[in-house]
Design a protein around this ligand. Structure first.
Ligand code: NAP
Length: 270
C-alpha cells in the first residue's frame, strides 16, 4: 500500500482525492490519496516524512509551489523554467519535482483544437507562468496583462512574453487582437466578476478560463455570448491530475471517468 498526498494550506476543497482515488480503484492499484495540511513553516518537517518508502509522491498547492523547490533532488525542465512545482515523485527516497499544469494547459488546448499564434494571458502568478511556458512551446506570441506590472515584468524575465499593466485601455487594445485569451487570475470564482466582457470578444477567438469553480465562469458566459470557443478550467484540472498519475504510476489513468466525477462534484456544489 502506497500513499500519495496533496500538501498545502488550505487543502480541504481539493478535487484531487476524488480524481486519484477513483483512478487507483479502477486500475486496482493498492494506493490511496490523502490531504495533508502543511503551512510554509512546517514544510521541512513534512518533506522529511514524505521521503518515507511508503509514500509514492505528492501534489503541492498554495502556498508551497515555489518553496518546495529547494527541498527536491531533481526538478524537470518545465518546473525549473516556470519556477514552481505542483507534483513530486518519491523514487527510493529521492524527490523529483514536475509542473503538470504545463501539460494540463497543453492537453486542454489540444483537445479543443486550438492553435494559438497570438495570446493574451491575464495574471502573472504560478498558473500564468505555466500557461506562458506552454504557449511559448507552441510558438505563440504572448502578452501578459497583470494588475501589478512588476510581477508581469518578473515573469517576462524568465519566459518569452510582453508584460503590460492591466487596465481597461490595455484590455481594449490587446484582447481583440488575440486569438486566445487565458484567464490565470482568480477573478470569476465569485460567479459574478470578469475582467473581459463580450464587447471585446469575437467568434474566431478561444477563451480558456483556469478558474474551474464555478464550471461556467462569468468570462466563459461572455465568451459564449460572443460566439468564441470556450475551454473551461476543469479541462486543465483533470489533465494536470492525469499527468501526475502517469508520472507516479506509469499507467494511463481513466481520464473520461475522472472528468465525469469531477464535473458531477462541481455541478453538485454550484
Ligand atoms: P497566484 O499565483 O496567486 O496569482 C494570481 C494572479 O491573479 C496574480 O497575477 C494577481 O495579480 C492576479 N489577480 C488576483 N486578483 C485579481 C483581481 N481582482 N484583478 C486582477 N488580477 C488579479 O495564483 P495562481 O496559482 O496563479 O492561480 C490563479 C487562478 O488559476 C486560481 O483561481 C487557481 O485556482 C487557478 N488555477 C487553476 C488550475 C486548473 O487546473 N484549472 C491550475 C492552477 C491554477 P497581482 O500580481 O497584481 O496580485
Amino acid at each position: 500500500m502506497k500513499a500519495f498526498y496533496l500538501i498545502g494550506s488550505p487543502v480541504s476543497h481539493s478535487l484531487s482525492p476524488l480524481m486519484h482515488n477513483l483512478a487507483f480503484r479502477k486500475l486496482k492499484l493498492p494506493y490511496s490519496y490523502k490531504l495533508m495540511e502543511v503551512k510554509a513553516s512546517q514544510l521541512p518537517e513534512a518533506v522529511k516524512a514524505l521521503r518515507s518508502p511508503s509514500v509514492g509522491g505528492f501534489n503541492v498547492t498554495m502556498p508551497l509551489k515555489e518553496a518546495i523547490l529547494e527541498h527536491l533532488d531533481e526538478v524537470s525542465r518545465e518546473a525549473e523554467a516556470v519556477g514552481a512545482v505542483n507534483t513530486v515523485a518519491n523514487v527510493g527516497g529521492k524527490l523529483a519535482g514536475y509542473n503538470t499544469d504545463v501539460a494540463g494547459v497543453k492537453a486542454a488546448l489540444e483537445k479543443a483544437g486550438v492553435k494559438a499564434s497570438r495570446a493574451v494571458v491575464l495574471g502573472a502568478g504560478g498558473a500564468a507562468k505555466a500557461a506562458v511556458y506552454c504557449l511559448a512551446e507552441l510558438r505563440a506570441e504572448v502578452i501578459v496583462l497583470n494588475r501589478t506590472l512588476a510581477r508581469a515584468r518578473r515573469l517576462a524575465e524568465r519566459l518569452p512574453a510582453t508584460p503590460v499593466k492591466l487596465s481597461r485601455r490595455a484590455l481594449r487594445e490587446h484582447i481583440p487582437r488575440a486569438d486566445l485569451v487565458v484567464n490565470a487570475t482568480p477573478v470569476g470564482m465569485d460567479g459574478r466578476s470578469t475582467l473581459v466582457d463580450r464587447s471585446l470578444l469575437r467568434r474566431q477567438q478561444a477563451v480558456l478560463d483556469l478558474v474551474y469553480r464555478p464550471l461556467k465562469t462569468p468570462l466563459l458566459r461572455e465568451a459564449e455570448a460572443a460566439g468564441a470557443k470556450c475551454i473551461p478550467g476543469v479541462e486543465v484540472l483533470v489533465a494536470q491530475g492525469a499527468e501526475a498519475f502517469r508520472i507516479w504510476t506509469g499507467f494511463e489513468p481513466p481520464v473520461d471517468e475522472m472528468m465525469k466525477a469531477v464535473v458531477a462534484e462541481l455541478e453538485g456544489s454550484s
